[in-house]
Design a protein around this ligand. Structure first.
Ligand code: NDP
Length: 288
């Protein structure tokens, strides 16, 4: 069991992570490229490392929470001599190729690597609403999971280090789809003088009601059967989708957010699936 922990990167999220560890009574070392961002944490009891190398050398478990993998590379640049036997938990948002590259490089130093995706905003950290996805070394997760639980609920997805990053990006894709759809809808309603506040009592329950379709879609997607018990066929839905795009143009709203959906629906129709559920569009997404 590891009992010391460092946070490398004290932006909005890294600061929230460090605060949660301090709250939980963990021995916490912090480092940030701009040193002043550590001051408040140090005043609350954190230990200050002067360099990233020192932060990594000081603790058994090191959490990286930085802008991107260029920043991760920069933070690890001089750490080679102190990496052996350490557990690196990288909570920086990244792509699968980046995750594989760093997992493989750190493996060469005898470092245990855990990748992660934070499904929370900074104020949610340390509350029951935060959950963090982890994947990579099972030994690293077992050793660090009690400390990591200070951030929120742990979800360990398996040994393949890319699992957390891909699931994180997939969940964010669902979120941006929701936000983008909401913004497009609000712009369209706004084109006839409806304010966002007036539109909210319509759009909020509508989205909540549509969420109930997801378990049925999941079954159809896993079975590949989009043709059984169809209630809203694609031919009908594609008319609505095309109307959204055309009406957006005529109302002076950029249809860019909805155009890909129209293209995918047409692709699926052209492939002969007019009578299937709209869940079948996933097949058009999979076939590049
Ligand atoms: P911030 O922009 O607030 O902080 C970025 C951090 O990266 C700072 O500590 C910054 O240091 C550091 N940094 C950037 N470039 C370098 C570099 N070249 N070398 C060393 N340090 C560098 O971002 P967040 O804290 O919000 O996000 C951090 C991670 O957390 C991201 O991967 C993000 O996707 C993830 N996350 C954030 C959420 C949020 O709502 N904020 C939600 C979920 C995940 P300096 O202070 O010196 O600039």
């Amino acid at each position: 069991m590891s009992d010391t922990i460092s946070i490398v990167g004290l932006g909005a999220m890294g600061t929230a992570l460090a605060n949660a560890l301090i709250e939980a009574g963990k021995v916490t070392t912090v480092w940030n490229r701009t040193p002043s961002r550590a001051d408040t944490l140090v005043a609350r009891g954190a230990r200050r490392a002067e360099t990233a190398q020192e932060a990594i050398g000081t603790s058994d478990v090191i959490v990286l929470c930085l802008t991107d993998y260029t920043a991760v590379e920069a933070a690890l640049r001089d750490a080679g001599p102190v990496l052996a036997g350490k557990t690196i938990v990288n909570l920086t948002n990244g792509r699968p190729d980046e995750v594989r590259a760093i997992a493989s490089r750190l493996g060469g130093y005898g470092t245990l690597y855990l990748d992660g995706g934070i499904m929370a905003t900074p104020p949610m950290i340390g509350t029951p609403h935060a959950f963090i996805l982890y994947s990579g070394s099972a030994d690293a997760f077992e050793g660090a999971k009690e400390q990591l639980a200070a951030f929120g609920q742990n979800h360990y997805l398996g040994e393949d280090p890319v699992l957390a990053a891909v699931n994180d990006l997939a969940l964010l894709s669902a979120m941006y789809g929701l936000f983008g759809g909401y913004l497009h809808a609000t712009a369209l309603a706004g084109s006839v003088g409806v304010t966002a506040t007036q539109f909210l009592p319509l759009v909020e329950p509508w989205l909540a009601a549509m969420m109930t379709a997801l378990p049925d879609y999941a079954e159809r997607i896993d079975s590949g059967d989009h043709a059984r018990d169809v209630r809203s066929n694609l031919a009908m839905q594609s008319v609505a989708i095309t109307n959204i795009v055309a009406a957006s143009r005529s109302q002076g709203i950029d249809p860019a957010f909805m155009e890909p959906m129209e293209r995918l629906a047409q692709k699926r129709l052209a492939a002969g699936f007019a009578n299937d559920e709209v869940s079948g569009i996933i097949e058009a997404m999979r076939a590049k």
